[in-house]
Design a protein around this ligand. Sequence first.
Ligand code: ADE
Length: 246
Amino acid sequence: MRLDVVTIFPEYLEPLNVSLVGKARARGQLDVRVHDLREWTHDKHNTVDDTPYGGGPGMVMKPEPWGEALDSIIESGEGQPTIVVPTPSGKPFTQELAVELSEKPWLVFTPARYEGIDRRVIEEYAERVDVREVSIGDYVLAGGEAPVLVMVEAVARLLPGVLGNAESHRDDSFAPGAMADLLEGPVYTKPPEWRGRGIPEVLLSGHHGKIARWRRDEAFRRTAVNRPDLLERADPGAFDKKDREM
Ligand code: ADE
């Protein structure tokens, strides 16, 4: 998969050299290219923003550098990318969207600073390629770079061969399947006793059926406490008699 990021803070994307994403790059599974938007400015001050039409606080990112940057990136590759525009006004970033994006061959991220990018840029590229405006949550950050790090990590770990153990996604909170709509329950490792605290007996039983049931009950309990909204919108057919008694 190819990933391009256009930003005025290329150094903000340094974490893409670390850990899971860094290793995927080193192995050639991810081709990540970070670009400085100011390379596509032509004035002495490398200006990327200006005051908003209609007045109001803050600054708006000018369309010309974005247009030149996106044209040059699109021309540099084969086929068409999906452009992902991080914005608190976008559609929510969910595991479902992460899966969908992980199936694309090429993503271009356009993290903005200030009050956002001149609307005409989004309109222009939406006529030519697939453009997604995406929010990572109901809060406002100072820019789209941290959301790009979030989205790239969520997408990269879904690529074939990137996570060591393919089974590790299976029980993820929000993963499709038997535990869909439930958060993941608690996990334990050695030692069997730590500061006087043991681990649930059932996990030592070797009884796979009982362990699966326990995990499901714990997932259900945690979901009811932390995210009751998930249970309300879940398909009732996804729950069995035991779940309903909880
Ligand atoms: N830029 C600022 N806040 C954001 C958010 N919550 N999601 C995506 N991009 C953003």
